[in-house]
Write a protein that binds this ligand. Structure first.
Ligand SMILES: Cc1cc2nc3c(=O)[nH]c(=O)nc-3n(C[C@H](O)[C@H](O)[C@H](O)COP(=O)(O)O)c2cc1C
Length: 360
């Protein structure tokens, strides 16, 4: 039966490890079963050509939450998206978990609100606005979730997506993202900190261990083209969005986050440098103690945000060079939690394909 409200649907998605892609494809499947033609398009696809949506097109955006915010690639895409008047749904996937029998939610911050504002300013009508708690993929922070739990969360989300799609296609607004406003507002400042600062530091925590055989899969598949090969080893540039695709698809489990290295470098950048640098400058006569005390806030923030990040980038470059030594590489790997067997990777689509019965 053809939908009376919409002529067709177009869903744009961005996904690091498959969650948002799953949501987009599942909604598309549901819309098709309700008689609506639907196209699913990947924002990271370089050949993607965006057309201005017709007034009766149902438009959708699905993407993960990164640091209580929208991934930069999605934000850029939305900023350049043509103006229009059609109805839009926005869905951000968050870090869902399961404790005992309870599915626990993630927290979106401004990840729904900012795109909604941009699209509203462009003339679109927000029709669907909800988060979806898919399994957390933030594996530098915690080991990948067990397969059994992933499948349970997925089954739960499949039902949620079915209800969401049916309501939307039948002209009912779904705005349950609104109930998160108080909590989202509380973490909004962190979202800004992550966007303008934190993500650059995170991108410098990845390295390839001695098992890397230069297959270049991570470089080829990186959705934002952030990984380069330097000295025959992957090098993560500041463009990295920490989407976790590389770490999860590496067939040799060769990509690690070095926790010890990260702790030492971040601690030096953010605790040691703000104390030691001014002291050195005063002792060498570059400035007086009185001048420093008068401009303490400026100095502190300058060292923290400008010198700190330059230091992290510089040290990463040196460490990347040293990783060419097998001994150094082994030491770095040994001090990374991610090299332990129990520190599972997360690849939702692979697990999904392995269990075709649950795709129905
Ligand atoms: C760098 C990074 C930051 C994240 N930040 C958040 C967050 O602030 N809130 C949240 O609920 N989940 C967060 N997550 C979890 C992901 O948003 C979540 O697992 C999502 O479903 C992944 O979708 P994808 O597989 O399509 O990339 C983060 C994940 C990563 C890798």
């Amino acid at each position: 039966m053809q939908s009376v409200l919409f002529q067709n649907a177009v869903i744009y998605y961005f996904s690091g490890t498959g969650n948002a892609r799953f949501a987009a494809e599942e909604i598309s499947r549901n819309l098709k079963s309700e008689g609506l033609e639907c196209e699913v398009l990947n924002i990271a696809d370089k050949a993607l050509e965006v057309e201005k949506p017709g007034r009766n097109t149902l438009l959708g955006f699905c993407y993960p939450t990164h640091g209580f915010n929208v991934p930069p690639i999605v934000l850029k895409f939305l900023s350049f998206f043509p103006k229009g008047q059609s109805k839009v749904f926005i869905l951000n996937t968050r870090a869902g978990m399961k404790m005992y029998k309870l599915h626990t939610p993630g927290l979106g911050g401004i990840a729904l609100w900012l795109p909604a504002l941009i699209l509203w300013l462009k003339g679109y009508r927000i029709f669907g606005f909800r988060p979806l708690d898919m399994p957390s993929n933030w594996i530098p922070i915690h080991p990948g979730i067990r397969e059994k739990v992933i499948l349970s969360i997925k089954a739960h989300c499949t039902k949620t997506l079915r209800g969401f799609s049916v309501k939307i296609v039948n002209g009912k607004k779904v705005l349950n993202g609104l109930i998160w406003l108080p909590l989202d507002l509380m973490v909004a400042p962190i979202a800004l900190g992550y966007y303008f600062y934190g993500r650059f530091g995170l991108s410098k925590t990845f390295f390839a261990n001695y098992r890397c055989n230069n297959c270049n899969l991570c470089i080829e598949k990186c959705p934002v083209g952030a990984i380069k090969s330097i000295n025959n080893r992957p090098f993560w540039t500041y463009k990295c969005e920490s989407c976790m695709q590389c770490m999860n698809i590496c067939p040799h489990r060769a990509i690690e986050t070095s926790h010890t290295y990260t702790f030492i470098v971040w601690w030096t950048a953010w605790v040691i440098l703000p104390v030691v640098l001014p002291d050195l400058m005063i002792k060498s006569g570059l400035m007086t103690e009185e001048f420093y005390n008068r401009h303490y806030d400026i100095f502190y923030n300058l060292i923290l945000y400008v010198v700190g990040i330059a230091f992290i980038f510089g040290v990463y470059r040196i460490v990347h060079f040293l990783l060419g030594s097998k001994t150094f590489n082994k030491v770095m790997t040994f001090f990374s939690f991610t090299h332990f067997r129990f520190w599972r990777r997360y690849n939702f689509l692979r697990i999904f394909k392995k269990n075709p019965e649950i795709t129905k």
